[in-house]
Design a binder for this molecule. Structure first.
Ligand SMILES: *[C@@H]1O[C@H](CO)[C@@H](O)[C@H](O)[C@H]1NC(C)=O
Ligand SMILES: *[C@@H]1O[C@H](CO)[C@@H](O)[C@H](O)[C@H]1NC(C)=O
Length: 558
């Protein structure tokens, strides 16, 4: 292995150290290919046209990026997606294009895109073939084994961006494998090095669908962005957003300048989401520092969708030079989520993402508790409307559309005293494990209780309710690696039902903690009532129909 400082000429070293000092983030791992320092913005046809996009559509959409004012807002890449490639290499082994889709060829299209002052992106695949069948036994070309040659040709055609997919990664017959028996990271590092060798700055967008936990490779040393999940669509749906949002929870800390979690291309403008849902989708993707790649037909886009995509304040959250993603702060199950993160000017972006599952299509008012983001008061701006809200203290109640959201920029904030907890380990003697519940040891260090649910139960005893009992804030440390690429009632989450002193069981919906069963989530907060004074309280965890996460410990507020 090469020590990291040997990988860079001296002038780069200075930049890297400054970046480390001033950002305090994970920039030491970033790619430093000079592009993608903030999340990529642009247009790609896939969510609108799948693999059937033709030259005239690339032309008209590139022109629309300029004419609709999107280029001026920072959307500067126009990218190819599947279907542009040929099915056979030429006599020199070089990559070819689909002449039916692109009769004038890729170099001419690149020239056209560049003539508009935009950048041009190509698409390939790290496997034997690219995604999607052409018909019959033919396949679109992939780049496996041809990385240097392909990178050089893409660069010579004027490519500024490469989206790199993951189909046929294992063999020429295994189309999509979410659990491949091989390591896929080398497909991406080989292409990263091939792109670097061209000498042309080419933004590298890894599209490995979150397979093998790329954030922890870490993918920030491989690509400028990496997909965290399976496709967002088409078709677009609220369930797809919910699946991806849960999948982001454990990896928000891996985003930083030059390397970002990619939540997939935008569905704003496409059917399947209400206007409020599209607004939530766009604001959440922006604040999570996902690339903002528009993927709708811009020649027919509605004014409502265009104004969502054109909001300069939301775009500014995305392009903030600190590059910090919002992170999960609190979930009020079946009610709303709170996420927050810092911006480079010292302010904080925070907001409620309403996640009403049983109350879809109902508008209502919600109180945002400032303590959920660790503060008691702040000056606030509504990021979506631009309205100044003055000083908020303790809580702020506002109206929400169904699946709508509130996005606030908070400054001049006063920190709240953090709650303090008494912790109780799940595996402690005196607790009662029922049904199939059993203990397991992680990393020879901590013991957790698993197989809770489906008959298994975990009962804590001897919990201190303090002098008054009543309602307590609980802090839950758990492990949940039950990740999925498809939608279910609880995609990338598990439900626990928690009962205090044999009172009513309260549903608590808990997101992923990681992609392996040794990664903890610490500090999931939930308020539960029914405690009595003194040290005789019990906390019972169960789920009649599914497994809960595995449990390390619970904290009960003092
Ligand atoms: C193959 O394509 C490459 C790149 O387009 C070109 O430079 C080369 O001349 C072609 N070779 C043949 C034999 O056509
Ligand atoms: C166990 O080790 C893995 C690998 O080092 C690490 O990612 C994980 O956080 C550890 N888990 C705990 C609970 O310490």
């Amino acid at each position: 292995m090469v020590t990291w400082w040997k990988m860079y000429p001296c002038w780069r070293l200075v930049t890297i150290l400054l970046a480390m000092i001033f950002n305090g983030s994970r920039t030491s791992f970033a790619l430093h290919n000079g592009v993608g320092v903030t999340p990529a913005m642009g247009w790609n046809p896939y969510n609108a046209f799948a693999c059937n996009t033709v030259e005239s559509q690339y032309h008209s959409n590139a022109q629309a990026v300029v004419n609709l004012g999107l280029k001026a807002l920072g959307y500067n890449y126009v990218n190819l997606d599947c279907g542009w490639q040929g099915t056979t290499r030429n006599a020199s082994g070089a990559f070819t294009w689909n002449v039916a889709a692109l009769p004038n060829g890729v170099p001419a299209l690149a020239t056209f895109v560049h003539s508009l002052g935009l950048k041009f992106g190509v698409y390939s695949d790290g496997g034997f073939f690219a995604c999607d069948a052409v018909g019959g036994t033919a396949h679109f070309l992939g780049s496996l084994g041809h990385e240097s040659q392909d990178a050089a040709i893409f660069a010579s055609w004027g490519a500024d961006y490469l989206k790199y997919d993951n189909c046929y990664a294992v063999s020429s017959t295994d189309f999509v494998d979410f659990d491949p028996p091989i390591e896929i990271q080398p497909h991406y590092t080989t292409m990263r090095d091939a792109l670097a060798a061209t000498g042309r700055p080419i933004l590298f967008s890894a599209c490995e669908w979150g397979v093998q936990d790329p954030a922890r490779w870490p993918a920030s040393s491989v690509a400028n962005s990496w997909r965290i999940s399976n496709d967002i669509g088409p078709p677009a749906s609220w369930d797809n957003l919910f699946r991806i949002i849960n999948q982001l929870v454990p990896i928000t800390g891996f985003a930083g300048p030059g390397g970002f979690n990619d939540l997939d291309m935008l569905e704003v403008g496409n059917t399947g989401l209400t206007t409020a849902e599209q607004q939530t989708h766009f604001a959440f993707w922006a604040a999570a520092k996902s690339p903002l790649i528009i993927s709708t037909d811009l020649t027919t886009i509605s004014q409502a969708a265009l104004s969502i995509l054109s909001n300069p304040r939301v775009i500014a959250l995305n392009q903030d030079p600190l590059g910090q993603s919002i992170s999960f702060k609190r979930r009020y199950t079946n009610d709303h989520d709170v996420w927050a993160g810092h911006l480079s000017d010292g302010s904080m972006v925070a907001g409620n993402t309403l996640v009403v599952i049983n109350m879809a299509n109902s508008a209502r008012s919600i109180a945002f508790e400032l303590s959920d983001v660790g503060i008691t008061s702040a000056t606030a701006i509504n990021v979506i409307t631009g309205a100044s809200l003055g000083t908020l203290t303790n809580s702020f109640t506002s109206a929400f559309d169904a699946h709508g959201s509130l996005v606030l920029k908070l400054s001049n904030f006063v920190s709240a005293t953090p709650p303090s907890f008494t912790f109780y380990q799940a595996a402690a003697a005196g607790n009662v494990l029922g049904g199939g519940a059993s203990t397991r040891v992680i990393n020879n260090t901590i013991t957790v209780v698993g197989f809770v649910g489906e008959g298994g139960t975990l009962g804590f005893t001897g919990i201190d309710g303090g002098a008054a009992g009543g309602t307590k804030l609980l802090s839950l440390d758990f492990v949940n690696a039950d990740f999925t690429e498809t939608n279910s009632a609880c995609s990338n989450c598990r439900n626990a039902f928690i009962s205090i002193n044999d009172g009513p069981a309260v549903q608590v919906q808990m997101p992923l903690s990681g992609q392996s069963w040794d990664i903890l989530f610490s500090g999931y907060l939930v308020s539960l009532s029914g405690f009595v004074a003194g040290k005789t309280n019990t906390v019972q965890i169960s789920n009649p129909t599914a497994f809960t996460p595995d449990w390390y410990r619970i904290g009960v507020s003092v």
